[in-house]
Design a protein around this ligand. Sequence first.
Ligand code: MG
Length: 158
Amino acid sequence: MRIGSGIDVHAFGPGDHIMLGGVRVPHSRGVVAHSDGDVVLHALTDALLGAAGLGDIGQHFQDTDPRWKGADSKRFVRGALEMLRARKLRVGNADVTVLAEAPKLAPIREQIRQGLEQLLEVPPGAVNVKATTTEKLGFLGRAEGIAAQAVVLLLDAP
Ligand code: MG
């Protein structure tokens, strides 16, 4: 059994939507990023890699690599899962927190949660998605960007 955590932050920038946990969410801003800038999937990828002792997302998927320009961040999660499988590890459960003033997560929380369960190939109930604001404090409170944190537990694959 191994535990890992991940954190990711992206600044808001020009655009009309953001990607959150693989879900396209209409928003008054986009995010500044090399890939699709999905903070949930980036935090999750780092948690998976961290739990397996495999470094971080930047080592495996460089943000200067043209292959990842505008990339669907599910590719990073799938890449990390492949590395886990090679080490006979599987995901037990995952807990994700989105930190932002906006957009509001409630209407899409369940869609994100179920999508993450499919992506991680885990049974229903194995992924939890939470949201919080920072009570208007700091860069998140000023709605300058969005952040996510993820914690995962890895189990030995049979
Ligand atoms: Mg990122």
